[in-house]
Design a protein around this ligand. Structure first.
Ligand code: PEP
Length: 260
């Protein structure tokens, strides 16, 4: 059965000045020249750059997304942005429930679900992040934690083509550590089963990303794991060559599959 197009998403976090729009132009040109040819490629810069970044990618295959949003459309929420504002600025995706936001701002599963609903209702795509801490994994609770996060944060009846789940073990983010391929495979198999249960109409088409210290040196093996439909890339997305090397792992796969 044909799999949905993989997604390689860069999360710039709180990095990026106006001068760094040149990086977005460089990724845009690489993507439009066929780099990452088999994957959809997305960059989520800080909110301050979205308007300018979205203008730069008009007519390009490169997409621009936000890193979080609130569920309300507007209101007295100092410092926050809504999904409607992200869309208005030109974003087509939003990352929700990243572990850094869950940890720093106490974002709950219910808040993540409400935010996902607001983004999906506006026609945007939502990337919902889940993942266990080191202590939870060592206590044998990784799947129960991830299962609870999925149950609490995935909206009922989403459009499966616009829902993305990113499995990001908290202990692998920015540390250079990654789970074994077997552990990634087991968790993605578990997530697929849960998503098929939570989203009976099309759960098998929801893209499942792996995130956590993906680098050019380990991208090909991580992205080749069953039920890994792409990656959420933090640190390595700040370097155009590294990011495109990661996105580029899909070129050969797709060509090979097409010519098989
Ligand atoms: C992330 O923050 O989503 C992430 C995966 O970061 P890194 O690639 O730096 O581990």
């Amino acid at each position: 059965m044909a799999r949905p197009q993989p997604l390689v998403a860069g999360n710039w976090k709180m990095n990026g000045m106006l001068a760094d729009l040149a990086e977005i132009e460089a990724v845009r040109d690489a993507v439009d020249a066929g780099g990452g040819g088999g994957a959809e490629v997305l960059i989520c810069p800080p909110a301050t750059l979205i308007v300018a970044a979205a203008k730069l990618v008009q007519g390009s295959r490169l997409k621009i997304g936000g890193q979080t949003c609130r569920s309300e459309i507007s209101g007295a929420h100092t410092g926050d942005v809504s999904a409607a504002m992200l869309k208005d600025a030109g974003a087509t995706y939003v990352i929700l429930g990243h572990s850094e936001r869950r940890a720093s701002y106490g974002e709950t599963n219910a808040a993540v679900r409400a935010r996902a609903i607001s983004a999906l209702d506006l026609g945007m795509s939502a990337i919902i992040c889940v993942g266990e801490t080191k202590a939870e994994r060592e206590a044998g609770r990784a799947t129960s934690i991830v299962g609870r996060q999925l149950l609490g944060s995935v909206p009922a009846h989403p459009d499966p083509s616009r829902l993305v789940i990113a499995y990001e073990p908290v202990w692998a983010i920015g540390t250079g550590l990654t789970p074994t391929n077997a552990d990634v495979a087991a968790m993605h198999r578990f997530i697929r089963g849960e998503i098929e249960r939570l989203v009976p109409a099309g759960g098998s088409d929801v893209r499942l990303l792996y995130g956590g210290s993906v680098r050019p040196r380990n991208a090909a093996e991580l992205m080749a794991i069953a039920d890994v439909d792409g990656g959420l890339i933090g640190g390595a997305s700040l370097d155009v060559d590294d990011f495109m090397a990661i996105a580029g792992v899909y070129r050969e796969d797709v060509k090979a599959a097409a010519s098989a």
